[in-house]
Design a protein around this ligand. Structure first.
Ligand code: KIV
Length: 275
């Protein structure tokens, strides 16, 4: 592809319709989590198609053990930062635990805030059959919704830990029914997390909307990674993730060198000092 074509394509905003087209054309797309303007800008300019302001911010940025403490206000705060760095990618705000479970009305009200105050283009919520009506109500308010089935981290206590879902006949049926329910309710895309690759292949072939895999094998229409796993910024990398860079060790090296140079009076040099 020529540079001119690549850069003119970059100028076109990614939309829910263009993602659907990618599925039909058999052209996989990519999604990364982003929580601030710095990385949102880097990922957007690198051609990442979808930026998810994930509730994984609870683990990665806030230092919580799981995603449950994250609030709507916090996701909106991070979505605003991400929106300032993006000119092409589709921005999806993740609805945190407690923001869509109580009633469909409250869910719609919260989803509206993601678009109005955060600048998101769409929202994501976890669950299959049990969130079907809520999901449909948000779609009815003209807000695109991304579903999320399989291993749903907000259900950590109900699942008894982070466990691969969809194993065995009953498990397979459950995840498949959840995926179909989310599609029927009007979702524009579907995250498949922590399910066997063969089941993800079956769901991807069955639903018309794009599937976005994380720990779900290579047959999905798209893949998502958490920023901190991609960049080596976490204490550990889950087995399903691939670390493409080790920014953690680079940052540590830079900080050590800075500390040493301060101790040795090597920094600041003349070139860093005013005359
Ligand atoms: O919050 C998040 O990062 C997510 C991804 C794992 C899909 O939901």
């Amino acid at each position: 592809m020529s540079t001119v074509t690549a850069s003119s394509q970059r100028e076109h905003r990614v939309t829910t319709r263009s993602l659907l087209r990618r599925k039909r054309q058999g052209r996989p797309f990519s999604m990364l989590t982003a929580y601030d303007v710095t990385f949102a800008r880097i990922f957007d300019q690198a051609g990442i198609d979808v930026l998810l302001v994930g509730d994984s911010v609870g683990n990665t940025v806030q230092g919580h053990e799981n995603t449950l403490p994250v609030t709507v206000d916090e996701i909106i705060y991070h979505t605003r930062m991400v929106a300032r760095g993006v000119s092409r990618a589709l921005i999806v705000g993740d609805m945190p635990f407690g923001s869509y479970q109580v009633s469909a009305e409250e869910a719609v009200r919260n989803a509206i805030r993601f678009l109005k105050e955060g600048g998101a283009h769409a929202v994501k919520l976890e669950g299959g059959r049990r969130v079907r009506e809520t999901l449909a109500r948000i779609v009815d308010a003209d807000i695109p919704v991304m579903g999320h089935v399989g291993l749903t981290p907000q259900s950590i206590h109900a699942m008894g830990g982070y466990r691969v879902q969809g194993r065995g006949d009953r498990g397979r049926e459950r995840v498949l029914e959840d995926a179909l329910a989310v599609e029927a309710a009007g979702a524009f895309a579907l995250v498949l997390e922590g399910v066997p690759a063969e089941l993800a292949r079956e769901i991807t072939a069955t639903v018309a909307i794009p599937t976005i895999g994380i720990g779900a094998g290579v047959h999905c229409d798209a893949q998502v990674l958490v920023q901190h796993d991609l960049l080596g910024l976490s204490d550990w990398t889950p087995s399903f993730a691939k670390q493409y860079a080790n920014l953690g060790s680079l940052a540590s090296q830079a900080a050590r060198q800075f500390a040493e140079e301060v101790a040795d009076r090597k920094f600041p040099g003349d070139e860093h000092s005013y005359r």
